[in-house]
Ligand binder design. Structure first.
Ligand code: SAH
Ligand code: SF4
Length: 352
């Protein structure tokens, strides 16, 4: 039996080429591509495509969808958290947030993650597998359809390390920014990395127009090495050198993520050291009070400590903001729902 092809991971040019081989005119590729990117889940929903053609499509392709397994809506701010089920039984999470300028969705790029950051719920379970471009796209179209909205911004800050799934993520970015599809421009997309330095160098000549977020979380190797294993492969200086080159080449401001952990990386000394290391770089610092996660003992910093930290950065000329916590009542930070689901199903297997 011939393998069916993941049609939603194909670019419009690839689809057009494929359709030519199947004997369909170009406008059919335009129509089908349009439907797919509106988020239809079956070929039968493509009402301007004949029955005969739909059956040819079924013989050659499948439409990859994510299914809503669970949906939590915050009573505070309307933030929606989705637990999606994938075709092979894996689970991933997405979060939809409403800001004054529109809707932002935070999507996953992998089921799990192999980077093992100590403060992260996703990292604790290891990597199950990479997501396909179509699975990333479906997180967006499903949230749009489910809420009857258009999403204007995307952040790749859900489960997984985007640069550890490089080719699929690049293809997804090409698809989602295509004006014939969802049409979210690169300038409205952020890609977050824990610091996969060789991939940052791979990005530089591509001159990406998305925002690169780098999860720094500590100003020195002693602290960063303790909470982020990747630091033992590429240390702070190596990472920051790559970031400087990236900013110089792309003229794009890098956004450094810094999760404040009580009595660990939130001291005045840390703030000063951080300011010193970032001096002169085109960048911005995003401070996030760490989310408490079952399985570690990290606590969030006090408000006073957060304010002291930001003052020190600002007095050194580093722009910084404290990220507003959305969806506090629904555990909006990623990895926790999937873990719970996994524990439940592992429990079931033991009972059987
Ligand atoms: N793997 C990528 C993107 C996904 S994680 C990365 O690490 O950048 C998205 C962001 O959430 C990262 O900045 C990560 O460090 C942060 N994060 C993970 N667990 C967290 C927690 N418990 N509290 C606060 N931030 C957390
Ligand atoms: Fe992976 Fe990012 Fe979590 Fe680290 S913080 S384990 S890189 S998802």
């Amino acid at each position: 039996m011939e393998m069916l092809c993941d049609i939603k991971s194909m670019t419009k040019a690839e689809l057009t080429e494929d359709f030519k081989r199947l004997g369909f005119p170009k406008f059919r590729a335009d129509q089908v591509y349009g439907w797919l990117h509106k988020g239809v889940e079956t070929f039968d929903e493509m009402t301007n495509i004949s029955k005969d053609m739909r059956s040819v499509l079924l013989q050659n392709y499948y439409i990859c969808n994510v299914t809503i397994e669970k949906k939590l809506v915050s009573a505070y701010d309307g933030t929606v958290k989705y637990l999606y089920r994938l075709h092979d039984g894996e689970y991933i999470e997405s979060v939809l947030m409403k800001y004054h300028h529109g809707y932002t969705v935070c999507i996953s790029t992998q089921a799990g993650c192999r980077m093992g950051c100590k403060f992260c719920a996703t990292g604790m379970g290891g990597l199950a597998r990479n997501l396909t471009p179509s699975e990333m796209l479906s997180q967006i179209t499903t949230a749009q359809r489910d809420n009857g909205i258009r999403i204007s911004n995307i952040v790749l800050m859900g489960m997984g390390e985007p640069l550890d799934n490089f080719d699929n993520v690049m293809r997804f970015l090409e698809l989602v920014s295509d004006t014939d599809g969802v049409g979210i421009g690169m300038r409205h997309i952020s890609v977050s990395t824990c610091g996969v330095v060789d991939k940052i160098y791979q990005l530089i000549p591509m001159k990406p127009q998305f925002t690169l977020s780098v999860s720094l979380h500590a100003p020195n190797d002693r602290l960063r090495g303790e909470i982020m294993p990747i630091n033992n492969k590429w240390n702070v200086e190596t990472l920051l050198e790559a970031c400087r080159k990236y900013a110089d080449a792309t003229h794009r401001r890098i956004s450094f993520e810094y999760s404040l952990i009580k009595d660990k990386n939130d001291t005045a000394e840390c703030a000063k050291e951080l300011a010193g290391r970032l001096k002169g770089m085109l960048c911005h610092v995003n401070l996030i009070p760490v989310n408490t996660v079952k399985g570690n003992s990290y606590e969030r910093s006090s408000q006073a400590q957060i304010e002291r930290f930001i003052k020190i950065l600002e007095s050194s000329g580093i722009t910084a903001t404290v990220r507003r916590t959305l969806g506090a009542d629904i555990n909006a930070s990623c990895g926790q729902l999937r873990r719970k689901k996994k524990e439940e199903s592992d429990g079931n297997i033991q009972q059987n």
